[in-house]
Design a protein around this ligand. Sequence first.
Ligand SMILES: NC(=O)c1ccc[n+]([C@@H]2O[C@H](COP(=O)([O-])OP(=O)(O)OC[C@H]3O[C@@H](n4cnc5c(N)ncnc54)[C@H](O)[C@@H]3O)[C@@H](O)[C@H]2O)c1
Ligand SMILES: O=CCS(=O)(=O)O
Length: 455
Amino acid sequence: MADYQIINPFGGDLIEEYDFAGREAVDCAIDRLVEGRAVQAAMPAWQRSDILMRLSGLLREHADHLARLITAETGKTISDSRVEIERACNTALASAMEARAITGEALDSDAYPPQRERIGVVLWKPLGTVMCITPFNFPVNIAVHKIGPAFAAGNTILFKPGPQNKRSAEFLVDLCYRAGMDPGVLQMLIPDIPATSHAVAHPQVHAINFTGGTAAANAIAAAAGYKKLLFELGGNDPLIVMEDGDLEGAVHAAINQRFATAGQRCTAAKRVFVQRGVYEAFTARLLDATTSLKVGDPMDEETFVGPLIHTAAADEVHGRIADAVARGARVLSGHRREGNILWPTVIEDVPDDAPLVADETFGPVIPLRPFDTVDELVTLANDSPFGLQAGVFTRDLSLARSLFNRLDVGLLAVNDGPGFRAEHFPFGGVKESGVGREGVRYAIREMSFQKTLVI
Ligand SMILES: NC(=O)c1ccc[n+]([C@@H]2O[C@H](COP(=O)([O-])OP(=O)(O)OC[C@H]3O[C@@H](n4cnc5c(N)ncnc54)[C@H](O)[C@@H]3O)[C@@H](O)[C@H]2O)c1
Ligand SMILES: O=CCS(=O)(=O)O
């Protein structure tokens, strides 16, 4: 039997099986990427920009095929997959724009004595070879968020997608080649864990750009040694509804940012805090909206909630809901399961230390938590090892400003949910949500170093 089987999360049919790459294949790919540095060094920025622009066009041209590949391998609904490809086109386009705009700065030595009559010209240079490791949930857009900026910065790239995403990843790499990237500049491999660690530790790999969970991040950090690490990790992001907030907007954000992608998104609204005065009204509207969502076949254009990625994931989320109920929580809607599909679930009275809310729960569950004061809210929201993003619905700008200062997050969206993301905005968290920033311009800087010429 092959090392890995790609199973369709909806229906369970076998899509493909394959063997993982071993250490020899890793060494071969890295040798190729070392040679490919000369290709990048000889290429002017405008040519890199043109290639990324072509990639954006190719992604658009093949959007339907790519969306279907993503849906088949992840169970993400086809409408979600289409949104992902639209985002990936923008990410490639933003990488093309930024590739031309990488600029340094000039410094005059006369700012401090002694007088030296010198000028420093500070430029951004590529790190060399960057290994990009991606998760299952946004297999194309997250990959483009890594490959686009790494290429724009002038690096060569070793791309390791999630094992479930082999087909969409191969198609993406083929589009990159068709756009004009040299195979010496981009190599894709899916090694087993020991061979992945070998690549991570390899002295010719200068940086790891990783998106995924804490366990893998810890293993990568342990293997990497002294090299640049860019980590985009998990979240337990709060959506906050204040008494003066737009309830309709808040319900819309909760539904779209928790039940889409079956809740398997780092920035999903995983905890919903509602101020006591509007708790009942918000809950009633949320339940109304939840029960009308179509659940089922992810290839159906009308489906809003499809399956989780695999049976173990569905077992885990289903088990956490059952555990919360055993601790006194009340299910208001959902908690039904068929195969890997979990019906969108709204639940209240979950104890704050139940794993359903204390840990990152990757599934379509909204735990409602009432609160009275802003101080109480801030304590609850910050009581997490994670700190990715947050969203607040309020008309009070001074409150928004104060929450911006007090919440431990990388982004606060006002009158939107924590799932807000524009591809060119800085993206990343604090605490265990990660290290460094994505968002095209910021990712380019993360995958570059500053070199200074003194004249
Ligand atoms: N912050 C973000 O931008 C962001 C975005 C998407 C997902 N995520 C997080 O990713 C997680 C879900 O994705 P997942 O289940 O694919 O994550 P995962 O950590 O299991 O896997 C991510 C990638 O790491 C690889 N990997 C696993 N173990 C490894 C090891 N020991 N050494 C090297 N590589 C290893 C996997 O094969 C995969 O390619 C969630 O925690 C989610 O919050 C974060
Ligand atoms: O899992 C999250 C990735 S994104 O949608 O926030 O970019």
